[in-house]
Design a protein around this ligand. Structure first.
Ligand SMILES: Nc1ncnc2c1ncn2[C@@H]1O[C@H](COP(=O)(O)OP(=O)(O)OP(=O)(O)O)[C@@H](O)[C@H]1O
Length: 261
């Protein structure tokens, strides 16, 4: 698959845990302004690849390029400054803060002292602070969280917590957003909202998205390209309609199902 002007390139990445080669020479190209899906059976290496790309694990070999720069093994904070942000399978927000406070405190550029005025003296806030608040309300609306704006984050359901985690990352839109099983725990309405949000991010804000998912209907609704992993290798990649018809992909999924039945 040729991808002109990629935002992320993974070349020959290897990562072993003891005797287990979780990534065995993975190549991947993520097109700028596209949604790329990453699928594969449990234990195929998807999360390890996310960790190796986002600075949580140092690859044993291979190269990661972000926006044309070699970032192999770069720390997460450096990658975040460059515009690469990710979610995790387990949510961890500031549970004692309200939903809207969670959003406002996720912005690195605003000192906490000034931010507190958003709550204590709303009439004295500056234009930039106002625009943050506006951004927070837009995201809450898009993700169906408006009515929960003043709820304690710790009281949210798992699915709502997942949406909040995503909204926090979107306060300052990243150039690459990496989502690890975002639809897990979401009801069908929230899944629909999330897929619409992901498409809006791509189409309106130009955000590139890389997403791990087991939910194929969610994946079909959002992805422009698909990669399939098995046993630490990429076994197929290309347009979703082609990939899901690939005999090797079908056999891998059926084989895994047979083996676990
Ligand atoms: N920190 C670790 N130490 C040892 N083994 C690990 C570690 N992390 C992952 N593994 C192993 O590496 C392999 C790939 O795991 P990984 O979590 O990347 O798979 P996955 O495709 O994300 O699976 P799932 O869909 O279940 O999340 C698995 O066999 C897993 O047990």
């Amino acid at each position: 698959m040729t991808t002109p002007n990629p935002l992320l390139e993974v070349k020959g990445v290897v990562k072993s845990f003891g005797q287990l080669r979780a990534l065995d020479g993975v190549d991947m190209v993520v097109g700028r302004g596209k949604v790329t899906g990453l699928i594969g059976p449990n234990g195929s290496g998807k999360t390890t690849l996310f960790n190796a790309v986002s600075g949580f694990l140092e690859p044993d070999a291979g190269t990661v390029l972000f926006d044309g720069r070699v970032v192999t093994g770069a720390p997460t904070h450096q990658l975040a400054r460059m515009g690469l942000k990710r979610t995790f399978q387990n949510t961890a927000d500031f549970t004692d803060m309200s939903v809207v406070q969670n959003l406002l405190t996720s912005v690195r550029t605003v000192p906490g002292e000034r931010l507190s005025r958003l709550f204590t003296s709303p009439r004295q806030i500056s234009v930039s602070e106002r625009s943050l608040l506006d951004r927070a309300w837009i995201l809450l609306d898009r993700l169906g969280l408006t009515e929960l704006a003043n709820a304690r984050a710790g009281d949210l359901s798992i699915g709502q917590g997942r949406l909040l985690q995503i909204a926090r990352l979107l306060m300052e839109p990243p150039s690459l957003l990496m989502l690890d099983e975002p639809s897990s725990g979401l009801n069908p309405d929230d899944q629909h909202r999330l897929s619409t949000t992901v498409r809006q991010l791509r189409d309106i804000e130009g955000v590139t998205v890389l997403v791990i998912e087991h939910n194929m209907s969610f994946m079909n609704a959002i992805s422009d390209a698909l990669y399939v992993m098995h046993d630490g290798h990429v076994i197929a990649s290309g347009p979703p309609a082609e990939v899901i018809r690939d005999p090797l992909v079908i056999e891998t999924y059926l084989g895994v199902r047979r083996a676990t039945a």
